[in-house]
Design a protein around this ligand. Structure first.
Ligand SMILES: [Zn+2]
Length: 560
């Protein structure tokens, strides 16, 4: 729902409908968790053994003996046997609804060769039958040997009757087959939209099937919209997946239309992940007119603010840099379509700020980050000091002076540690040794005073905070080539990694008084892990399993 009135309607309906519902309503059992190792996140009492929970809230944190005495009558005792208890994980950057669709779509992430890639697409075409679109995929051509981008002629023979539109895992390129290009009317003569690229074969001048960033919309516009029931089903798949991963809150980078899906689940009492939704900055005028300050909503579903893009991604060579790419000297990347016409982003940022809205803006290349910090600075200078908690999404490649600016502006670095161990396999080839030194500079950002908010960017990376913590703490790249850590000075401690997945995520939501740490009075959102990640060798963190996930005092995953 992208028109002005659509957003208005769903926003007001949401305000009326979700005032008092909680997922736990109706079957609330009070719990006392004992004999655990509880990391509280509370500086006054960092560790405890037991937690008691009443009516969905934490009512006591202390020793087992203390809490047994105070536990509500009829409470259920959960014996933890020394397991680690953390606040429920908050994933600060997901594509949550889209993730549910991806769980059910073709899986190309593991395709390691052209043959494997083609075979998976051919099998999906047979499974779906003629006429159906083959979508999502999350392929990664960096795994192919030789490394090469896929082409439509690889898959055309297997998909004469199925349009194919499968994305690279970063979401910044797609491969479309000839049928999909035909449906979209893309030919060698199609004008290239600003902020996009239609890759052409250097020999023939014909499109290869690779479309980047805004050019992807040419094909996306042709894909039939899923039904509302299909969206509900996808959202429920995401919610189950979150619970399995110990995730109790997500920040959803979405289209405005995903809001009503979560709203419906909240109404039905089936929303068991707290969802904090950012919608595109193109909606700024609507929100400003509603005088809607962010965040708006209840503890289960909030309209968080606005999301925008300055540039593309490193893997697609569309992240925007000061200097050209090392492996493609003809390009320094691309500004995103939302940066055009020139000056529009700055205007929207100012408008959002005047309206009291939070911003979450994607910037990956060093020049994109610099430009964004300039725009943020100007808005602060124009509108004066305020508790903004503005975010820079990804913040991957930074010039050293810009790292310091994060602290001065009090910004949130909404970063995804798994990307570092994934991209770390090949990033140096793309940008050279010098720029790699300040790539994914998590520890430097933290020291500079930025608030680190960790997330997965699911489905770009797996929705697993355990993997994210492992990545941030070890920086061991997925290819095993950096056992001591890739740019090891940027590793963070286990405690800081956990904080970036819990308390800091709550702070970003302006919700630090109600969740994110284990303290009396806060929501009983907890995760129980099968081992103490603070005590084991960091390389073993990856083996950790989630035993229990508790939301609002209710066990939503695992058996006690
Ligand atoms: Zn994202």
């Amino acid at each position: 729902m992208k028109n002005v009135y659509g957003v208005l309607t769903l926003t007001l309906a949401f305000g009326l409908a979700t005032g008092c519902q909680t997922a736990a309503e109706g079957n609330m059992v009070d719990l006392v968790l004992v004999n655990g190792k509880v990391w509280t996140g509370d500086a006054a009492r960092p560790w405890a053994e037991a937690v008691s929970i009443r009516d969905g809230k934490i009512v006591g944190v202390g020793t087992a003996a203390e809490l047994r005495k105070l536990s509500p009558s009829g409470a259920k005792l959960v014996e933890l046997g020394g397991a680690l208890v953390l606040p429920g994980f908050i994933d600060s950057h997901t594509h949550f609804l889209a993730g549910g669709f991806a769980l059910k779509s073709i899986q190309l992430r593991e395709a390691k060769s052209r043959e494997d890639f083609v075979a998976r697409i051919a099998a999906k075409a047979r499974e779906l039958g003629p006429g159906r679109w083959i979508l999502n995929g999350d392929w990664d051509h960096q795994q192919f040997r030789p490394v090469e981008l896929p082409r439509r002629d690889w898959v055309d023979a297997a998909t004469p009757d199925n349009p194919v539109c499968v994305n690279r895992l970063d979401g910044h390129m797609i491969l479309a087959n000839s049928l999909a290009l035909k449906l979209a009317g893309v030919t060698r003569d199609t004008p290239v939209p600003p902020g996009g690229e239609i890759e052409k074969d250097p020999g023939t001048g014909e499109p290869t099937g690779i479309l980047k960033d805004t050019a992807m919309d040419l094909v996306y516009a042709m894909i039939p919209e899923p039904s509302f029931d299909e969206k509900l089903e996808a959202a429920e798949a995401s919610i189950r997946h979150a619970a399995e991963n110990g995730v109790t809150s997500v920040h959803e980078m979405a289209d405005a239309s995903s809001f009503e899906v979560f709203e419906e689940l909240a109404r039905l009492g089936r929303l068991t992940t707290r969802v904090h939704v950012y919608i595109p900055i193109t909606e700024v005028a609507t929100l400003a007119r509603l005088k809607l300050k962010s965040p708006f909503g209840n503890s289960y579903l909030k309209l968080a603010g606005l999301k925008a893009f300055v540039d593309g991604s490193l893997g697609s060579a569309t992240a925007y840099f000061f200097e050209p790419y090392a492996d493609e000297p003809g390009t320094s990347g691309l500004l995103h379509g939302q940066m055009f016409p020139e000056g529009i982003m700055e205007k929207r940022i100012l408008e959002a700020d005047r309206a009291g809205l939070q911003l979450a803006i994607h910037a990956i290349g060093d020049r994109a980050v610099s430009l964004l910090l300039d725009m943020y600075e100007k808005a602060v200078a124009a509108n004066g000091p305020r508790d903004r908690r503005w975010r820079v999404e990804h913040a991957q490649h930074l010039r050293p002076p810009d790292i310091a600016r994060f602290g001065r502006l009090g910004l949130v670095a909404a970063v995804q540690p798994y990307h570092a161990i994934d991209d770390g396999r090949w990033a140096e080839g793309k940008i050279g040794a010098e720029r790699v030194k300040t790539t994914y500079p998590f520890e430097s950002l933290r020291r500079a005073g930025a608030v680190l908010a960790f997330g997965s960017d699911w489905t770009v990376a797996p929705l697993s905070p355990i993997l994210g913590i492992y990545a941030a703490v070890t920086r061991r790249t997925l290819d095993g080539k950096n056992p001591g850590g890739w740019v090891p000075g940027e590793r963070v401690s286990v405690e800081e990694a956990v904080r970036a997945y819990t308390a800091n995520g709550a702070w970003v939501e302006f919700a630090e008084s109600v969740k994110g740490t284990i303290q009396a009075g806060k929501a009983a959102d907890l995760v129980v892990l099968d081992r103490d990640i603070f005590a084991i060798p960091p390389e073993d963190i990856v083996k950790t399993r989630v035993r229990l996930t508790i939301l609002d005092g209710r066990i939503i995953y695992g058996k006690d």
